[in-house]
Design a protein around this ligand. Structure first.
Ligand SMILES: [Zn+2]
Length: 650
């Protein structure tokens, strides 16, 4: 068949559209850091090659060589900049403070002059052009002796680093591609990172720009590697060092979590995914990346089962972030400014929403029972109700001030602020149930997340607080302004029962405790070894850890750091104080003798009232068919039987 000229033009245009479309979807299935302008210097991007070496691991010094070469029109001086923070952890950490032994030379080996321009910028005067090109070879060492997911550690067991805490970039050239070669300490050490390798070169990785570079931590050790595929896409879990884990269980359960999340989001926007799991005596943590995550868990923290479940929720949290925050990006979170704070009012969605889904996904993957899930959320409700700061700070304020509040807690935190993680997860739950209620179970928060993914992430747009509310309202088919005004922008008390009733549940705040009300002091106490206002708590000392506002302890003058030495004139221990308080009634007085700093003081405290026991979420007495269906849709399992139903089946 022959085509007319018009047909040829149309066919050509269709072909062109197909090619462009294919190129766009190819780009989308690969990495998707926020796209930034090619550069803002008006100069061509230089060729940048890093080499990271670790010749003496016991010194904790990572050695960096940064080779920069301009083919034409290089600047007379160049600013090398070290980030001050790493995305996902909203605190200025001043990574430049770990840099030492900085030096610069040109390709011919001639020393180049440099000086510090500010705390994290090294200004190098470039040398004479050699063969029409200018080059700078900067070398420096970075002290790496802190194992967290946002810092670096090198020792004779392993190396772990965040590129944002190790590699400098050229000011104005964050869009430049670069490579990184690793000179491993031991030949048998392997390398795990989300970056692709450079074909034909050993231990060399490439990033298309510095956003990708700074998003890709490196783990170098003799780690154990577990692999699985989901929808034909390769996933691996690398585990660094020994612990009481069951490798096969981790492989199987991580796969189930990935499958549950992919089923919900309907897409896998990465070429491969790496879970870097490092084991540590005490700490835990996780940091999300585009196609990898760094996890730290207690070496012996995989048993009992509740601890293992807790680990799985961390896996689910960091994995779900690949959509929520890494691609579904709040207004200010990408492209990033690596030299200062990046403010957003949306961390309650990015972190709180992810915290909501960490449990939901583990539940949907059938790795947590309905009862376990309900107990977790009941505890989160109680923790929030015990924090007087909930009356002081809204979710948007908590998000915005993360840089100076959440990451810098002190003894007044409980009274002045709330966590965008914890309250954010609760409000996400309330929003989910509200949408289900308004749509008779037809829509849910899942639909909002999918809309944000298709309408913002896939179109390379960031979303604002107004966008989030509008998308939620479109899914709900109704105004949610009241909800956002009270619970997101405001500090009104949350109505748990209104939300829970849609799925046939209610909140029991007595926990079935018939002995309520009880006498209530209000202070909480630190364990030995904990730090209270910068001081270690000695073994056996009864030291006050928090004094929540509004309690008897707060109103009648007890302070954080007070060490209680006597109760009603008798030597105090933790058990003794608990027993004495249990004997008293609300309104009774207790004499507490304390050391405040080095002074002995006695306070007669009139005890308050504790009317609440351990929160429990229970089924309503006669759930309707609609409530049962909504519950089933929400948690993927039937509503637990009520006490009456259980009695009837006996
Ligand atoms: Zn998170």
């Amino acid at each position: 068949m022959r085509l007319s000229r018009l047909h040829c033009v149309i066919a050509f245009l269709l072909f062109l559209a197909f090619i462009i479309n294919a190129a766009v979807s190819l780009a989308q299935t690969n990495q998707q850091p926020a796209r930034r302008q090619s550069n803002n210097t008006g100069q061509p991007a230089p060729d940048i090659q890093f080499t990271v070496s670790m010749p003496q691991p016991h010194t904790h010094l990572l050695e960096v060589e940064m080779r920069v070469r301009w083919s034409t029109s290089a600047p007379a001086s160049v600013d090398l900049v070290m980030p001050v923070w790493t995305p996902g952890s909203y605190l200025v950490r001043e990574y430049a403070r770990h840099v030492q032994d900085f030096a610069a030379k040109d390709e011919g080996g001639k020393t180049l002059q440099w000086r510090k321009a500010n705390k994290n910028t090294w200004r190098v005067t470039t040398g004479d052009a050699i063969g029409g090109a200018r080059s700078v070879i900067a070398t420096y060492r970075v002290y790496a002796n802190e194992l967290t997911v946002r810092t670096n550690e090198l020792n004779d067991r392993h190396a772990f680093w965040n590129n944002a805490a190790l590699l400098m970039h050229i000011a104005g050239h964050l869009a430049a591609p670069a490579t990184l070669r690793v000179n491993s300490f031991k030949a048998e050490w392997k390398i795990a990172t989300g970056l692709p390798t450079v074909p034909g070169e050993s231990n060399t990785f490439r990033a298309e720009n510095f956003d990708e570079f700074y998003d890709s931590p490196f783990l170098v050790s003799d780690f154990k590697e577990l692999r699985f595929d989901v929808r034909g896409v390769a996933h691996r879990v690398v585990i660094d060092s020994a612990g009481n884990y069951d490798a096969e269980a981790i492989r199987r359960d991580t796969q189930r979590i990935v499958e549950a999340a992919v089923t919900m989001m309907g897409d896998m926007p990465y070429r491969d995914y790496t879970f870097q799991l490092m084991l540590h005596p005490t700490t835990r943590g996780g940091l999300e990346h585009l196609n990898s995550t760094a996890l730290i868990w207690r070496r012996f923290g995989f048993r009992p089962e509740a601890d293992y479940r807790d680990f799985l929720t961390l896996v689910a949290h960091e994995y779900f972030h690949l959509w929520n925050v890494k691609r579904i990006r709040p207004d200010a979170l990408g492209p990033f400014d690596y030299t200062g704070e990046n403010y957003t009012r949306l961390l309650w969605v990015a972190e709180g929403g992810t915290s909501y889904y960490e449990n939901i996904l583990v539940r949907r993957a059938n790795l947590m029972t309905v009862r376990q899930y309900l107990d977790l959320i009941a505890k989160s409700f109680q923790d929030l109700q015990n924090a007087p700061g909930r009356r002081e700070m809204s979710l948007e304020e908590s998000s915005f001030d993360a840089w100076i509040k959440y990451y810098r807690p002190d003894e007044n935190t409980i009274n002045s602020s709330i966590s965008y993680y914890d309250k954010g997860a609760i409000v996400s739950l309330l929003l989910d149930l509200r949408i289900r209620q308004l749509t008779n179970g037809a829509r849910a928060l899942d639909d909002v997340m999918r809309r944000l993914y298709s309408e913002y992430a896939k179109k390379n747009r960031n979303y604002t607080p107004e966008d989030f509310q509008r998308e939620a309202e479109q899914v709900a088919g109704a105004s949610l302004d009241d909800f956002f005004r009270r619970y997101v922008r405001g500090t009104e008390e949350l109505d748990y029962d209104a939300a829970l009733s849609s799925v046939g549940l209610r909140l029991d705040t007595t926990g079935g405790d018939k002995t309520l009300p009880k006498a209530y002091l209000g202070a909480t106490f630190a364990l030995a070894g904990e730090q209270v206002i910068g001081r270690d708590v000695p073994v056996g000392a009864l030291t006050i850890k928090t004094v929540p506002a509004g309690t008897s302890a707060y109103e009648q003058g007890l302070n954080v750091g007070d060490q209680i030495v006597a109760v009603d004139g008798v030597r105090a221990t933790s058990d003794f104080l608990t027993a004495r308080l249990a004997e008293k009634r609300p309104g009774d007085t207790v004499a507490l003798t304390v050391f405040r700093f080095d002074e002995l003081r006695t306070f007669d405290i009139k005890l308050g009232t504790q009317a609440e026991g351990t929160y429990r979420i229970v089924p309503v007495s006669a759930p309707s068919a609609e409530q049962r269906k909504m519950f089933q849709d929400w948690l993927g399992a039937p509503l637990p039987q009520t006490a009456t139903e259980r009695a009837a089946t006996l």
